[in-house]
Design a protein around this ligand. Sequence first.
Ligand SMILES: Nc1nc2c(ncn2[C@@H]2O[C@H](COP(=O)(O)OP(=O)(O)OP(=O)(O)O)[C@@H](O)[C@H]2O)c(=O)[nH]1
Length: 346
Amino acid sequence: MDNIELNDTAQLRRAVLIGMCTLLGGLSLLLALINLVISPKWTLIGYVELFYALFSFSLAWQAYKHRHKFWQVNLYLYVLTAIVIYAVTLSETINSIVCWALILPTVFYLLLGKKLANIPTVILLTATTSTIINKYGLVLSPLFVNFVFSYLLVWVISHIYESNRAASEQKLQKLALQDPLTASFNRLALTRYFEQLHSSQTFKHLGAEQHLLILDIDFFKQVNDEFGHEAGDLVLQECANIISRIAGNQRTFRIGGEEFCVVIENKLKDEALSIAESIRTQVAQHQFNITQQKEINITVSIGLTQYQSGMALSNVLRQADQRLYRAKNAGRDQVIFDSEPLVSSA
Ligand SMILES: Nc1nc2c(ncn2[C@@H]2O[C@H](COP(=O)(O)OP(=O)(O)OP(=O)(O)O)[C@@H](O)[C@H]2O)c(=O)[nH]1
C-alpha cells in the first residue's frame, strides 16, 4: 500500500539528514570564519561556506520540525557533490579530499534510496577519476587504483545494504498491515489509512462526501460447520477478491473474522450506495467452489454510513456497525443506509 507506511525509512532519513546537516553546517561555519575573519585570504570561498552553513542549519531545522521536502534534500546533496568535485579539482594533492568522495555514496543511498542514489554516485565517480587522470596522467597511479576500488566497494556495500533494508521493511509492512489469509489490509492499516485520509489536503479541500461500509457474511458459521474450516477460508478469500475488484484493493480491509470494511472516498451518496449494492449482488450471484464437486452461494449484509472529515474512526465504525446490525435483524442480504433498508432480499 503506497500511502500506508510504517515510516521507518522516513525516520531513518530524517535522522541522517539532521545529523549530517548539523555536522556539515558546523564545519562550513568554521571554515567560513577562518576564510572571512581569521585569515581573510579567500573571501569568495568564505561566503560560499557561510551560505552552505546557513543552508545546512536551515535544512536540519526543517527536518527537525518534519517540514523538509524531498527536493530540498536532493538540492542539498547535489550542492554538496558539486563542492566536493570543485574541491578535488582545486586541490593540489587530491589525497585528503577524496575522503569526502568516499563517504558520499553511503549518504546518497541513505537519503535518496537505491534508484536515485545511482545518479550522484556516477557523477562523483566520473568527475573525481577524470580529475585524477588529468593530474596524474593515464598511468595506473596508486591513488587512481585505490580510489576507484575503494569507491566501488563503498558503492556495492551501500547498494546491498539499502536493498536489504528496503526489502525487510516491505516484508515487515506486509506482516503488520496485511491479512495473510485474504491479502486484504487489516484493522491497523485501516486506522493508518483513515488518519492519512484526514490529514491529506485533498480530503480537506474537496468537501466531497465520504462513506464507509461494514460488510458481514451471513450465516458464516454454518459454512464452517457444514463444510469445514478450509471451505470457510476459501469463501473468505473469494469474498475479499470480489470486494477488492469493486471497491479497490487499497480501500478494502478485513477488520474481523468474516467482517470487511470499505472506505469510499469522494463519492456522492448514490455512487456510494451503488458500490455497496454492487458488492452485495455480486457476492450473492457468485458460485463459491468450496470443493471440486461442491459450489455454494452466500450472502452478505452491509451497513453503510456517511461521515464528515474530522470524525473519529471509532465513531464512524460504530455508526456503520449499527446499520449492519439492522441489516442482520431485517433479514440479512441487504444494504442499510440511514434508517431505511435500501434493498430487500425478498
Ligand atoms: N474459516 C474461517 N472461519 C472464521 C475465521 N474467522 C472467524 N471465523 C468464523 O466465523 C464465524 C462467525 O460466526 P458468527 O459470528 O456466529 O456469525 P454468522 O454465523 O456469520 O452469523 P450472522 O453474522 O449472524 O449472519 C465463527 O464460526 C468463526 O469461527 C477464519 O479466518 N476462517
